[in-house]
Design a protein around this ligand. Sequence first.
Ligand SMILES: [Zn+2]
Length: 94
Amino acid sequence: MDCRYCDHPKTHKHGKTSKGTQCYKCSHCTRTFVETFDTLYYWRQVSADEVEKILQSQLEGSSLRGISRINKRAYNTVVSIVHAAAYRAQLVHN
Ligand SMILES: [Zn+2]
């Protein structure tokens, strides 16, 4: 895996987080990062499958409060996921 900070190709495994996500350490810049760093799943307690389900529901036109009721997640969690996805989509667009 390439370093997420400096793109150096030589990184090595550096333990796991309490949630079981693999950590890596760069041998060039000596910084550590998790494999989900700078993705939609970074710093979230919601699983990748559930994030995809929430975004799919939002795409099909369900209301944000409806999604939060169906998935039993807080309204603010749903808003945060949709907002983060929209931000990333805008970055790709630009
Ligand atoms: Zn690095």
